[in-house]
Design a protein around this ligand. Structure first.
Ligand code: NAD
Length: 355
């Protein structure tokens, strides 16, 4: 069953799906298709209620529109959210059937939305989706072409951005710079690896113990309790878990000069970007620095090579520093400037030429 509504002028469409047989529910939000098909991953999570899933999909799809616009990709912004059912941990739960059903929902939109993996799903899940629709990426590499897990590319763009910001703020490389990484999943762990290679000192936290224990063993990372992570002293804070962590209440606890991480929607609202700027914290807009994954996904979908992904991901730190310098010159918070630039690109209806 699908119902379609256009609840706000902010989005082109929001589709609500419900499968009576399996009980699976999903939301696909299409923010815009002016630059191309709405592209963005599929988040699989437990949500308290349907309204919070809709809100998440809508906010994430807007972020994807801005991310794709600033990265110069010929894609609009979209996002899918699957509400993980109550019985998802039971041995009888059929995950394959859930992704087959989702694949048919994606297919029903006839290419208006292109999916890939995000939090809670994997390359294997996307292979199941690919059995039902061609509007999917994040699949295993075909020889000579881009593809595969986007997370290492996301980590690469974030790492280069941290390096550039540290150079800008402290005029130094990463040796002995303290970086706190929140969330040691696919992106966070890969980020820790490169930060360690560059000589950074790592503070790590995760609600699961496994990732931090491995980071302590491999990279000499110091493990911090999840509820203490925001208030420990560090030069760089890299949020790589979930969003909505930089709130009016949490920001005064922060003891870091730079925030640069992969998590989507780190700021509770745009006001928090101003709050950080007022406190002298250099904030890297999440959707600008975490574009490596979608750059890889887009290249796979467009049948481009890994070399083209390498080139585009290497441009992320330059783009960030152009934004930072402009934000300093215009005395405007980085997130507000990034939103404005992205909206202008979407309104112009032409993918940006990026340098
Ligand atoms: P993931 O699911 O592999 O990892 C997330 C990790 O965060 C998990 O280990 C989880 O246990 C941990 N976590 C959750 N809540 C936490 C908390 N309160 N404190 C500490 N740790 C917590 O996801 P991922 O693919 O690594 O993505 C991480 C973030 O980056 C997400 O916000 C995602 O949307 C964003 N992102 C990912 C990609 C990508 O290519 N995977 C691209 C762009 C943005």
């Amino acid at each position: 069953m699908v119902s379609h509504c256009n609840p706000l002028v902010t989005h082109e469409a929001v589709y609500n799906f419900h499968d009576d047989a399996t009980g699976v529910k999903a939301v696909i939000a299409v923010h815009s298709t002016t630059l191309g098909p709405a592209a963005g991953g599929c988040r699989v999570l437990r949500y308290d209620n349907y309204a919070s899933a809709v809100r998440d999909a809508m906010r994430l799809s807007e972020g994807m529109a801005y991310k794709n616009a600033l990265a110069g990709l010929p894609f609009g912004g979209g996002k899918a959210v699957i509400m993980l059912p109550e019985n998802a941990d039971s041995p009888n739960f059929d995950r394959t059937l859930m992704f087959q059903t989702f694949g048919r929902w994606v297919e029903s939109l006839k290419g208006a939305y292109v999916t890939a993996e995000d939090v809670g799903c994997s390359v294997q899940d996307m292979q199941v989706v690919a059995g039902e629709t061609a509007y999917v990426a994040g699949l295993p590499n075909r020889p000579g072409f881009a593809g595969g897990n986007p997370a290492p590319w996301t980590a690469k763009g974030v790492f280069g951005s941290i390096q550039a910001l540290v150079r800008h703020r402290f005029d130094s490389d990463l040796k002995d710079v303290v970086v706190g990484v929140q969330g040691l999943g696919q992106v966070g762990f890969a980020l820790c690896e490169t930060l360690h290679q560059a000589g950074a000192k790592l503070l790590v936290s995760d609600i699961n113990e496994q990732g931090p224990a491995l980071a302590a063993q491999r990279f000499g990372a110091e493990v911090v309790k999840p509820d203490k992570m925001l208030s420990v002293s560090m030069e760089v804070f890299a949020p790589c878990a979930l969003g909505n962590i930089l709130t009016e209440e949490s920001i005064p606890q922060l003891k870091s000069a730079i925030i640069c991480g992969a998590a989507n929607n780190q700021l509770a609202t745009a006001m928090q970007g101003q709050q950080l700027a007022d406190r002298g914290v250099l904030y890297a807009p999440d959707y600008l620095v975490n574009a490596g994954g979608i750059i890889n996904v887009a290249a796979e979908y467009l049948r481009e090579t890994t070399d083209s992904v390498e080139t585009r991901v290497a441009q992320i730190p330059n783009r960030l520093m152009q934004l930072v310098r402009r934000s300093e010159a215009e005395n405007t918070a980085t997130n507000i400037l990034a939103d404005r630039m992205a909206r202008d690109i979407v309104a112009a209806g032409q993918p940006a030429k990026v340098a």
